[in-house]
Design a protein around this ligand. Structure first.
Ligand code: ATP
Ligand code: MG
Length: 332
């Protein structure tokens, strides 16, 4: 019997704890889709850590931190599959045929890769930096995902996944019987939340408000957030990106309209805005933080959940790899 439940794949690099940008950019949609009955796969993209640095520092620790963040926000391991890329070798075997389907020029013009090279700590750009979006295509296609809830930085990568799926089907599948769906990106209302320095909020750039931060740390981080010199607060994402991202963060936490919230803060200026954001974040995430702290007591349970997820992901990936081999063999 074939399932008609939508299939979701998405994930994160184990490079630090997850932040509010992850929550409103992707995690919230994952949990909603899971609760609506979708089959959700979450990849902890450990091989991808090595795209922009030489060493994957504290890898087992960050994998556990991600697990804690997932469970604390409501990803339920009884309904969703959480796995690490490195535990599923079939993903790497899919990489090879997939690499043959994209051109070097296509890989080189990826704007997210260019931005990550600018922020990279490596002296020389590695081949992995240019090819990881194809690695990611394997992460998405192994489970034949239909929908990928991601932030805006992922759109060029998703385009590569769609290209790989389409070209694979054209080259190897029988007419009318595609092996892979062409998955769609699902963007949220906050596809690019900015960090305290005004750039994309990122785990690795020291500008993030972590889900796990406590109330005082949240206040300190938001106090130091970049704003601008205009006194009056308004919501104008194009013209005033830093102020508008703060307004949006508070609005998401409070389930309010950002323009309306900005008008209320108005002449209170940046100080009042930061106070509103701090209170909103601390209130919105209080329960998540408490749950996370409780879960952190049992690291053994986290590792057991991961073992289970890895096993489930391997079964699905092996079946897809068998299918890929069969259709590729059949054209020769
Ligand atoms: P790193 O700095 O290590 O790359 P990151 O914060 O960029 O970390 P990723 O693990 O690269 O996080 O991305 C995980 C997911 O979160 C992706 O779907 C990405 O689009 C989304 N995401 C990351 N940062 C943001 C953000 N600031 N706003 C919205 N979504 C985001
Ligand atoms: Mg990133």
């Amino acid at each position: 019997m074939t399932s008609t439940r939508p299939r979701i794949l998405t994930g994160d690099r184990p490079t630090g704890r997850l932040h509010v940008g992850h929550y409103f950019g992707s995690l919230e949609n994952r949990v909603r889709l899971q609760n609506e009955g979708a089959e959700v796969y979450v990849v902890i993209a450990d091989y991808q850590v090595l795209t922009d640095r030489d060493i994957a520092a504290n890898l087992p620790g960050y994998v556990e931190e991600l697990m804690l963040d997932y469970l604390a926000v409501g990803i339920d391991p009884d309904r969703s599959v959480i796995f690490t890329h490195s535990a599923v070798p079939a993903l790497n075997q899919l990489l090879l045929p997939f690499l043959s389907l994209v051109s070097v020029a296509e890989l080189q013009r990826n704007p997210t890769v260019k931005d990550e090279i600018r922020h990279s700590s490596q002296a020389a750009v590695s081949g992995l930096m240019f090819t990881y979006p194809v690695h990611q295509a394997a992460d998405i296609l192994f489970c034949k995902a239909d929908l990928v809830p991601v932030g805006r930085d992922q759109l060029p990568h998703l385009e590569i996944t769609r290209t790989v799926a389409r070209r694979f089907n054209e080259r190897y599948a029988q007419p009318g019987r595609p092996v892979f769906p062409e998955p769609e990106a699902l963007l949220s209302a906050a596809p690019l939340l900015l960090g305290t320095d005004g750039g994309k909020m990122s785990k690795s750039r020291g500008n993030a408000i972590q889900l796990a931060a406590d109330a005082d740390e949240t206040a300190r981080l938001i106090r130091g957030a970049k704003t601008d010199t205009e006194r009056h607060i308004s919501y104008e994402p194009e013209r005033r990106p830093e102020v508008s991202s703060l307004v949006l963060l508070a609005a998401l936490c409070l389930e309010r309209e950002p323009a309306e919230l900005a008008a209320e803060i108005g002449g209170g200026g940046a100080a009042r805005l930061k106070q509103v954001v701090t209170e909103a974040v601390n209130e919105r995430f209080a329960a998540v933080r408490a749950r996370r702290a409780e879960l952190a007591h049992d690291r053994g349970a986290l590792r057991e959940l991961l073992r289970r997820g890895n096993k489930q992901a391997n079964a699905v990936a092996d079946a897809t790899l068998d299918e890929v081999r069969a259709v590729m063999d059949s054209v020769y």
